[in-house]
Design a protein around this ligand. Structure first.
Ligand code: SF4
Length: 220
């Protein structure tokens, strides 16, 4: 016997560390304190869901994205675009495979907790991401094809919070990102009972924390 509370919550890693966010969209200098402090005070153990964009998009700086983005954006709608799109699809397939691989590891971890008498209270995930979004996501391939129509020019080449705080929410649509789709699919298949809740970082952070933790019956 020891002090462990046997209650666990999974969080998108960038909720613990905004330095992992795509360049230009960190809304805090470090953790989202509004969300983390009440979780810690409730005596709940935190497990991070790994930032797969860091792993699959070229690190914290998303070097792979920024290497190819100017060429992609320049050629949107050009005769070369179908070929570029084909390469994008192949790259996305590789990224989706990474999501599948990481999801399997997480499900094993969750089953271990579950079989050992721990309660997994839920997953709180960043709800604006092509990877981790749960009810809101960005259709990466879809928006790249529509950049001209959406009036987006160089905003993604030199992203700043001022520009991105308007652009990102406007690009979000209903649905789950690549990683979260896999996680929810495998949770269902494995018969684990784990709630998933999207945290909308563009909302007022205190109000959003109350809404999200309220769903898990946790005090703020
Ligand atoms: S939303 Fe997911 S992929 Fe994006 S920065 Fe956060 S942890 Fe990484």
């Amino acid at each position: 016997m020891d002090k462990r509370g046997k209650k666990i919550i999974y969080l998108s890693q960038c909720l613990l560390n905004q330095n992992l966010r795509f360049p230009g969209i960190a809304v805090e200098s470090g953790a989202i304190a509004e969300l983390l402090i009440p979780i810690i005070k409730n005596g709940i153990g935190i497990e991070p869901l790994p930032c797969l964009e860091r792993l699959g998009w070229g690190g914290v700086k998303r070097k792979t994205f920024f290497k190819y983005f100017p060429m992609i954006s320049k050629n949107t709608g050009s005769p070369k675009f179908p070929i570029i799109k084909l390469f994008l699809r192949l790259w996305l397939k590789k990224f989706k495979n990474l999501c599948k691989k990481e999801t399997k590891k997480i499900i094993l971890q969750m089953q271990d907790y579950n079989n050992s008498g721990y309660t997994i209270l839920g997953i709180i995930t960043t709800n604006d991401s092509p990877t981790c979004g749960y009810t809101k996501t960005i259709n990466f391939l879809g928006i790249i094809s529509k950049f001209k129509e959406l009036g987006i020019k160089d905003e993604f080449e030199n992203p700043t919070l001022e520009k991105m705080k308007n652009i990102i929410p406007s690009l979000c649509e209903n649905g789950s990102g690549y990683f979260m789709s896999e996680i929810t699919k495998l949770i269902k298949r494995s018969e684990l009972e784990v709630d998933v809740i999207g945290f909308n970082v563009w909302n007022n952070l205190s109000e959003e924390t109350q809404r999200v933790l309220g769903k898990l019956n946790l005090s703020t």
